[in-house]
Write a protein that binds this ligand. Structure first.
Ligand code: HDD
Length: 729
């Protein structure tokens, strides 16, 4: 008889303190025998216990009861927001000590690799919704430091919709599916969302981000992350500075086209989840640099906006982002539920050297995250779930509660105590005990908002003005789409009014698409706070001039475009393909780090013109252009003729062109390009210049063809193709 093993090994290569701490909790059934939850070996797991072959099932059947009961209780509530997400393990390594500004241990020791667990998410959709919704992306990082867990619970946009946590339930109720019919799923394009937004001028800056391509990333690996709020750093001397956190992806910041996003949602709703998983499995580990913007306390009031206002950025031109370390995601979770679903982030998990500010949104969050875990994970012991445990031991007088794992020894669970030596002992600040930053507060209790929070438009304008022409067009298209889905004309008009305060030109263009006029008089939003003391109410925005007109960092056009690592490239081929034309391109792309799939009319193998066999990865039934970054058609007369007669192949190319992707063809394959809708856009001859502006490469010049194609793919997209819209695909 085989013995049941209780411990397990993992095949995953990465090893660090967090991975080790998860180890005793993992199980691998390979070569093991089946047991009940109580360790009894099971003889038959296929049939219930019955009174005779055709008899009724017996209540006595504890094996059946256990199996059904466990199954019946498998689901837990999904997150009230950010329900849809994907996680990964990794490490953070510091470039240089930050002792001048913070005493946080993990920000001072360049030798230490701090384990992290990251969860990316969309906000509005349910757990099973599409990855490609137009939405904010969550970017939550749990650092398992030697001083306890530090959670940086951020988003891929640097600002937020509202300035006060009091409005969070309203915001979420407005964006979630409408309560009468639960429509639409994972979409902000509906009446209740825009009703709310059009009455909340403070959301205008965030709305510009949400309508931009940032809301439809190409990959979780290609988005920035932001801590959003201004936090505090505190150094050994107790001197504080303000800090904003940034994550800068080494692959650059890239997005898909909106039409493409909608198609991906149908073809592969798990697109981002799959992309992250596959990249890590293949060893193309996603990397981000952690950046900080540091503002000395004495400079708090030097800006035209309030550092405590979460609807404002500090433009990088005013305070540069200093890159202080690198995070690498190098290990997929073993079990989605145990790790990604049960991980519990909390913006209140901080370590000595980091502290909060009075940002009223942050202050509300400090309550909400623990509160939500209590219902979602079922009680106060969620910190004991393996993924949530710190890598340092936990000792305190908290006891009991549902599912308590820790077996606390001794008589005392209170302090002070003399019976137990007064253990566990409090720790002096000098020895690492946490003390809150001693901010001086001398104020009246009031329910109001600071006047310094009332400028709602200057940074919205700064964002728009900083975009490239295609990015601006996308924003206008997105507003036209979203407001076009809104049924109530008054809401559309109210939003046009708000937009006209950002920039009359955007308002005019969106109004044109909606067949409306920009209202002359801006309707006063209703039902907002009543000014008790004559202080201007928050619905009366004030105008503040931005100290800069444009900020380079806000446009994705200026991002890194230096390679094709992990980019997916489709090679379209059929029997009779020229093996050399296919293989030389495939090799060149793979050498540059690209991921190549051969797509053919059917699965199996292709018989090349030299009789060699080439395995097919996908067929036109299983693959789609929207799932790739670029497409190449190799030579071989028969292959090209077959593809030309295959509508799906021509459609593949048309769609790739429509979505502004790099396209390459062997000179023998030119005829299939000529069968597309974009045949008149193919340059007569290609040169490095045309490749970088048009993104189409063809010919038979071997290495040069591949080299230029790689350059084109690295450009990500050729947005200049978008207008006029040629392709009906
Ligand atoms: Fe939040 C989840 C990010 C404002 C209340 N939030 C959640 C997650 C992220 C953020 C990334 C998912 C964490 C995960 O993957 O498990 N939230 C933000 C950012 C905000 C923000 C960047 C503004 C700067 N959130 C915010 C406010 C409140 C909440 C103002 C409430 C007062 N957020 C929650 C929550 C969630 C959450 C209800 C749902 C699931 C969870 O916490 O664990 O407590």
């Amino acid at each position: 008889m085989k013995k049941n093993k209780t411990e397990d090994h993992t095949t995953k290569p990465v090893d660090n303190k967090k991975v080790q701490s998860l180890q005793p909790h993992t199980a691998d059934a390979t070569d093991q025998q089946m047991t009940t939850d109580h360790g009894l070996l099971i003889n038959d797991d296929q049939n219930s216990l019955k009174a005779g072959e055709r008899g009724a099932t017996l209540l006595e059947d504890f094996i059946l009861r256990e199996k059904l009961t466990h199954f019946d209780h498998e689901r837990i509530p999904e997150r009230v927001v950010h329900a849809r997400g994907s996680g990964a393990h990794g490490v953070f390594k510091l470039y240089k000590p930050l002792n001048k500004v913070t005493k946080a241990g993990f920000l001072n020791d360049t030798e230490v690799e701090t384990p992290v667990f990251v969860r990316f998410s969309t906000v509005a959709g349910s757990k099973g919704s599409t990855d490609l919704a137009r939405d904010v992306r969550g970017f939550a990082v749990k650092f398992y430091t030697e001083q306890g867990n530090f959670d940086l619970v951020g988003n891929n946009m640097p600002v937020f919709f509202i300035q006060d946590a009091m409005k969070f339930p309203d915001l979420v109720h407005a964006v979630k599916p409408e309560p009468d019919n639960e429509i639409p799923q994972a979409a902000s394009a509906h009446d209740t969302f825009w009703d709310f937004i059009s009455l909340m001028p403070e959301s205008t800056h965030m709305i510009m981000w949400l309508m931009s391509d940032r809301a439809i990333p190409r990959s979780y690996r290609m988005m920035e992350g932001f801590g959003v709020h201004t936090f505090r750093f505190i150094n050994e001397k107790g001197v504080a500075s303000f800090v904003k956190f940034h994550w800068k992806p080494l692959l650059g910041v890239h997005s898909v086209a909106w039409d493409e996003a909608q198609n991906i949602s149908g073809k592969d709703p798990d697109f981002h989840r799959r992309d992250l998983w596959e990249a890590i499995e293949s060893g193309a580990f996603p990397e981000w640099e952690l950046g900080v913007q540091i503002v000395p306390e004495e400079d708090e009031f030097k800006f035209g906006f309030d550092l405590l206002d979460p609807t404002k950025i500090i433009p990088e031109e005013l305070v540069p982002v200093e890159r202080i370390g690198k995070m690498t995601l190098n290990r997929n979770p073993d079990n989605f539920f145990a790790e990604t679903e049960q991980v519990a982030f909390h913006v209140g998990n901080i370590v000595p050297g980091i502290d909060f500010t009075n940002d009223p949104l942050l202050q509300g969050r400090l309550f909400s995250y623990t509160d939500t875990q209590l219902i979602r994970l079922g009680g106060p012991n969620f910190h004991e779930i393996p993924i949530n445990r710190p890598i340092v031991p936990i000792y305190n007088n908290q006891r009991d509660g549902f599912m308590r794992q820790q077996i606390n020894k001794g008589k005392t669970s209170y302090g002070p105590n003399a019976l137990g030596n007064n253990d566990p002992q409090q720790v002096r600040e000098a020895d690492g005990g946490f003390t809150s930053y001693q901010e001086r507060v001398d104020a009246k209790k009031i329910r109001n908002r600071s006047k310094s929070f009332f400028d709602h438009f200057s940074q919205a304008r700064l964002f728009f003005n900083s975009q490239s022409e295609p990015e601006k067009n996308h924003i206008i298209d997105a507003f036209s789409f979203e407001l076009g889905k809104v049924k109530t004309i008054a809401i559309r008009e109210r939003m046009l009014g708000i937009l006209s305060l950002v920039d009359p030109a955007i308002a005019a263009e969106v109004a044109f698409q909606l067949g409306l006029k920009v209202p002359k008089k801006i309707e006063q939003p209703i039902n907002r706070s009543i000014p008790a003391d004559g202080v201007v109410a928050d619905y009366q925005p004030i105008e503040v001039e931005s100290p800069i007109a444009r900020s380079e960092a806000l446009s994705m056009e200026n991002t890194v475009k230096d390679g094709i690592v992990s980019r997916k490239i489709a090679i379209l081929a059929a029997d009779g393909v020229d093996a050399k034309s296919l293989n030389s391109m495939k090799e060149a792309l793979e050498d540059a780090g690209g991921v190549v799939h051969i797509i053919a009319p059917k699965l199996g193998v292709l018989l090349a013109s030299d009789n060699s066999q080439i395995p097919v990865d996908e067929s036109f039934l299983t693959a789609a252009s929207v799932l790739y970054d670029a497409v190449y058609v190799p030579g071989g007369t028969n292959s090209v003729a077959t593809l030309e007669a295959e509508a799906n192949a021509v459609h593949f190319l048309n769609e790739a062109f429509k979505h502004c992707k790099a396209i390459a063809a062997d000179e023998q394959a030119l005829q299939i390009l000529e069968a597309t809708y974009f045949s008149q856009k193919i340059p007569d001859e290609f040169s490095e210049e045309t490749v970088l502006s048009e993104g189409i490469v063809y010919g038979n010049k071997g290495f040069r063809l591949a080299a230029l194609f790689i350059k084109a793919i690295a450009q990500h997209r050729f947005w200049n193709r978008e207008k006029p819209r040629l392709v009906p695909a």
